[in-house]
Write a protein that binds this ligand. Structure first.
Ligand SMILES: Cc1cc2nc3c(=O)[nH]c(=O)nc-3n(C[C@H](O)[C@H](O)[C@H](O)COP(=O)(O)OP(=O)(O)OC[C@H]3O[C@@H](n4cnc5c(N)ncnc54)[C@H](O)[C@@H]3O)c2cc1C
Length: 396
């Protein structure tokens, strides 16, 4: 059986970037992607970090940049809003071409990428490695086997690799938002801001978004918190939202998916294996955004796991350096966002309006690009003591 240094499951941003990082360090890396074409179909609002942040991970290209994001507006249920001009704070992507550019960068660094290859199981860590089994969907399901010193699960939101390794479980109801998004045309031209709408009539336990793309198109979507009490589907809410705000637009494309906002994993690593990107619960639990987090976790994995491979120690103890680096860079902040998200779920519409009003005041008083999000919640709670009780229940 063929053996490689590293086997990566999934060619999303996390998989492609960690593959690239390890190939650059001289390791033989094989990356399997079950879809026939990397990045297709797109399941994303396509909003990511600034150009400077993106350029850290791959050379910029007009091919995958749809345009800048120059600010944000947040609307509360009563229409109260907060607006912030932040030129170039983010970038709207063509996510399919972005994922393909990352995969190409990996291949150019020496990574072997096989598409239409679905991984179905992984073996125990023995004889210094793991066996990976799958099937080639482009060849009538022909069986596939390979051995690797290190296995990386970068298989996204519902990661089966994480479940096979015993590092995570399938999400219970309540831990995932059901998200639906339309690509609309004839969206009135305006500032290149991302618009977010909160409130129980719009998106219970979540929010709706309008992210402008190109030529009068925009990604318009929402995520709702799925609970037993929820009587309507994400589609019902999105259709209402679009009918009221964009009555003249046509739906050019539809995207549906789960957006996770889970707490950090107890462990992202085990003997001879680790989880990278959303499979390792790296998404921002509050916003559900995960592109930049996937890349950042992949970068930390590249450094720490590269050192472990070089030293020939792939024990869970040694691989934990990766998790420590991730926690220091983003994970600890994510833990706070997880608590804030639980608090947000308990807000009624009045409380959401109060939070938006507080945000207005905080934003007016701080420098651009320097918003203290926890400060927003703190001041909202001080002004509205009723919130303190809810916060106490949610945060501790
Ligand atoms: C509707 C929606 C809107 C979103 N909007 C945004 C946004 O605007 N901004 C943002 O930052 N984030 C957004 N996200 C989240 C973001 O898309 C993810 O966090 C991000 O894609 C995570 O990257 P990843 O590389 O970890 O996983 P993924 O991009 O999901 O990549 C995982 C890859 O693994 C492959 N795979 C899975 N299982 C197997 C297997 N068994 N064998 C082989 N291959 C396999 C998949 O096909 C996939 O290509 C959104 C998500 C949804 C659903």
């Amino acid at each position: 059986m063929r053996a490689v240094d590293v086997f990566v499951v999934g060619a999303g941003p996390a998989g492609s970037y960690v593959s690239y990082a390890l190939a650059k360090r001289g390791f033989e890396v094989f990356m399997a992607e079950k879809r026939p074409e990397v990045g297709v179909p797109v399941r994303c609002g396509e909003a990511a970090g600034s150009l400077a942040e993106l350029e850290h991970f791959l050379p910029l290209s007009d091919d995958w940049i749809a345009g800048p994001i120059d600010g944000a507006r947040l609307f509360g249920p009563s229409g109260v809003r907060v607006e912030r001009h932040m030129p170039g704070v983010g970038t709207q992507l063509h996510r399919d071409r972005f994922d393909q550019a990352l995969a190409r960068q990996a291949v150019e660094a020496g990574v072997e990428l096989q598409t239409s290859l679905q991984i179905d199981s992984v073996g125990a860590f023995e004889h210094g490695g793991r066996e990976v089994r799958g099937r080639n969907l482009a060849a009538a399901g022909a069986p596939f086997r390979m051995r690797a010193r290190l296995l990386l699960g970068a298989d996204g939101v519902e990661s089966l690799v994480g479940q096979w390794l015993g590092l995570r479980r399938a999400f219970p109801v309540g831990d995932v938002h059901s998200a639906l998004q339309y690509l609309l045309d004839q969206v009135p031209a305006g500032k290149r801001y991302i618009d977010l709408y909160a409130g129980h009539a719009v998106a219970p336990g979540g929010y709706a978004w309008v992210f402008p793309k190109q030529n009068g198109t925009a990604n318009v979507g929402l995520g709702v918190h799925v609970t037993a009490k929820l009587r309507r589907s994400a589609r019902d809410y999105l259709d209402d939202f679009v009918r009221t705000r964009f009555p003249d637009s046509r739906i050019l494309d539809v995207t549906a998916g789960g957006v996770s906002g889970p707490r950090s994993l107890k462990s992202m690593v085990t003997d001879g294996a680790a989880l990278v990107g959303e499979s390792g619960h790296t998404n921002n639990p509050f916003s559900g955004g995960g592109i930049m987090n996937a890349l950042e976790s992949a970068e930390e994995a590249g450094v720490a796991l590269g050192e472990a491979l070089r030293d020939g120690d792939l024990s869970a103890r040694r691989l934990r350096d990766y998790q420590k680096r991730w926690q220091a860079r983003v994970g600890r902040t994510n833990d706070l966002f997880f608590k804030l998200r639980n608090l947000f779920f308990r807000f009624d519409d009045h409380e959401i309006d109060w939070a938006v009003e507080s945000l207005q005041r905080v934003v007016a008083g701080v420098e651009q690009n320097n918003v203290d999000y926890t400060g927003i919640f703190r001041s909202a709670m001080l002004e509205h003591p009723k919130l303190v009780l809810k916060a106490a229940r949610a945060l501790w």
